[in-house]
Ligand binder design. Structure first.
Ligand SMILES: [Zn+2]
Length: 92
C-alpha cells in the first residue's frame, strides 16, 4: 500500500522575509497536518517537514514522531507549485 499525500490547505504560520524563510502548516485530505519550512531564494524550496501529532501517521500509523513525510517532499512541492498554494497563503 502506498500513501499519496493530497494537500487541501496550506497556511502561513510565520515568516522572516528578510531571510526568505517561511513556515507553513500543510493540511492533507486525510487530516494529517505538517509543519514545513521553505526557503524563498533562489526559488521556493522545502527544507524541512515534520508531522504535527494531531492524528497517527497515515504511513506507519505511529502516533509519535516519525520521518515518513520526508519521503513525500518532492510530491508535496509539486502539488504546492501546481496549485499555487504558497501564493494563496501569502496573499491572505
Ligand atoms: Zn510515519
Amino acid at each position: 500500500m502506498s500513501y499519496r499525500p493530497n494537500i487541501t490547505n496550506l497556511k502561513l504560520a510565520s515568516s522572516n522575509e528578510k531571510d526568505g524563510l517561511y513556515e507553513f502548516i500543510i493540511t492533507m485530505a486525510d487530516g494529517t497536518e505538517c509543519r514545513s519550512v521553505f526557503h524563498r531564494h533562489p526559488k521556493w524550496k522545502m527544507t524541512a517537514i515534520s508531522r504535527l501529532l494531531n492524528i497517527p501517521c497515515p504511513v506507519c500509523r505511529k502516533d509519535f514522531i516519525c520521518k515518513c513525510m520526508e519521503k513525500y517532499v518532492g510530491d508535496l512541492e509539486q502539488q504546492i507549485e501546481d496549485h499555487k498554494w504558497i501564493e494563496k497563503a501569502i496573499a491572505q
